[in-house]
Design a protein around this ligand. Structure first.
Ligand code: CA
Length: 222
């Protein structure tokens, strides 16, 4: 199981990311300062670092710089403010492997985490790149969906939703779970967006792909 270090002082964001990573099968550890980020990163126990730039004691750049100066090549995904082009450029020049502008949706970050952990030499190849269930298959690398021989065009959000179902075969997923995992932080709990997108998926993938479990949520049909 890949160990992911999260250096983020905003507790809301940190626990949101940690919960999501745990659900996706990773082992996350959260720290809230640059000093702790540096200390933990040095132990060699972590496969990836998610690094916020705005940390209370020193900025994330200083951690990144020290890591690269000490020839530590662990993959680093930097969290930057969406508006800050300077931060983004500085992060990549400073040796970050990728960046994630805030605010972000969890699935966007997860896609980057998966990509980085797959790109890492010596990483376990257990992380499937094609998910299948019956006739339906999703290629996580090319973001293509197929039903039998037919290629289906899914929007990014539809793909993320379909991926959630395929990663949890047989499990009932509640609207709340789907909202937080696929739509991220900026969802309105009263929204019917999940139902709307399930309808889209049924239209594209087949009416009986996803079953409604009354009062509980949705489940991928067996
Ligand atoms: Ca911060």
């Amino acid at each position: 199981m890949s160990q992911v270090l999260i250096a983020e002082d905003n507790e809301g964001i940190a626990s949101f990311v940690a919960k999501g990573l745990k659900a996706a099968g990773y082992a996350p550890v959260v720290v809230g300062t640059a000093r702790e980020a540096w200390e933990h990163a040095q132990t060699g126990e972590f496969d990836l670092l998610i690094l916020d730039i705005g940390l209370p004691d020193a900025d994330g750049f200083s951690v990144l710089r020290r890591l690269r100066e000490s020839r530590n090549a662990m993959p680093v995904i930097v969290l930057t403010a969406r508006s800050s082009v300077t931060d983004t450029v500085a992060a990549l020049e400073g040796g970050a492997d990728d960046y994630m502008p805030k605010p972000f949706r969890f699935e966007e970050l997860l896609a980057r985490v998966r990509l980085r952990l797959r790109a890492e030499p010596g990483a376990t190849s257990g992380d499937a790149t094609v998910l299948t269930a019956g006739e339906l298959s999703l290629d996580l690398r090319t973001r293509r969906a197929r039903v039998g021989e037919r290629e289906v065009d899914l929007s990014a959000r539809e793909f993320a939703l379909a991926e959630m179902f395929l990663r949890n075969p047989g499990n009932v997923l509640s609207r709340e779970q789907l909202l937080s995992r696929v739509w991220g932080m900026d969802f309105d709990p009263g929204s019917n967006v999940v139902d709307v997108y399930v309808r889209y998926l049924r239209k594209k993938l087949g009416a009986d792909t996803i079953e409604t479990v009354r009062g509980m949520g949705y489940r991928l049909s067996a």
